[in-house]
Design a protein around this ligand. Structure first.
Ligand SMILES: Cc1cc2nc3c(=O)[nH]c(=O)nc-3n(C[C@H](O)[C@H](O)[C@H](O)COP(=O)(O)O)c2cc1C
Length: 180
């Protein structure tokens, strides 16, 4: 079992923290985090309200590769306290993320709330499931089912909320219309 810091803090990062004087504060935070096997109510509500996220995987040569996944608000379906899923739609047919996940299931995800200036970072392991899973779990509206190639399940390994500083608020057309 692990938490976000256990995964993210390499020996080199820990040495830098020691030099910078931030190591002990993070050690206390790490102890408070415990084993992050579950998303709390705050994380679940946040993920359920998003219309996109950034998804990083690792190539066979160790290069990080960042992509974007998007859909209607709520397109990420929570399956349990520690897993969520999306329907993976046909797109540019490069299958880089899919290929990476076959070599290593390790992924890093970023969920953004620009108007609320909130950012949630997660580590997860990817499990690829078939189209039928998307049908069973109702991952998309029936009308969009034609474009679904597979399902992507994310198994949580740790999460961390980022500082809101430097997140520039941005609004979607729909959000602007609601405010008008
Ligand atoms: C015709 C078309 C439709 C797409 N539809 C979606 C979509 O519904 N959701 C999404 O997140 N990305 C969509 N994309 C972007 C692709 O998913 C994305 O570029 C590609 O499939 C990512 O593959 P990769 O993660 O292997 O790089 C679309 C791209 C194209 C060309």
């Amino acid at each position: 079992m692990s938490n976000f810091f256990d995964i993210a803090f390499s020996p080199a990062a820990l040495r830098q923290q020691t030099e910078a004087g931030s190591f002990e504060a993070y050690e206390r935070m790490r102890a408070r985090m415990g084993d992050q096997v579950d998303l709390g109510p705050r994380e679940r509500e946040f993920i359920a309200g998003r219309d996109s996220f950034y998804l990083a995987t690792v190539t066979a040569d160790g290069w990080p590769y960042v992509q974007h996944r998007g859909g209607p608000k709520g397109f990420v379906k929570l399956l349990s306290a520690s897993s969520f899923a999306i329907a993976d739609m046909s797109g540019n047919r490069q299958y880089v993320t899919l290929g990476n996940s076959a070599t290593s299931p390790r992924a890093s995800l970023f969920f953004m709330d620009y108007p609320g200036r909130r950012r949630l970072k997660l580590f997860a392991e990817i499990e690829i499931a078939d189209r039928d899973f998307a049908v069973r779990e109702q991952l998309v509206e029936p009308a969009a089912m034609d474009r679904v190639e597979r399902s992507m399940i994310f198994h949580l390994r740790g999460f961390d909320w980022n500082c809101p500083k430097y997140i520039t608020p941005r609004w979607t057309r729909e959000e602007l219309a609601e405010m008008a």
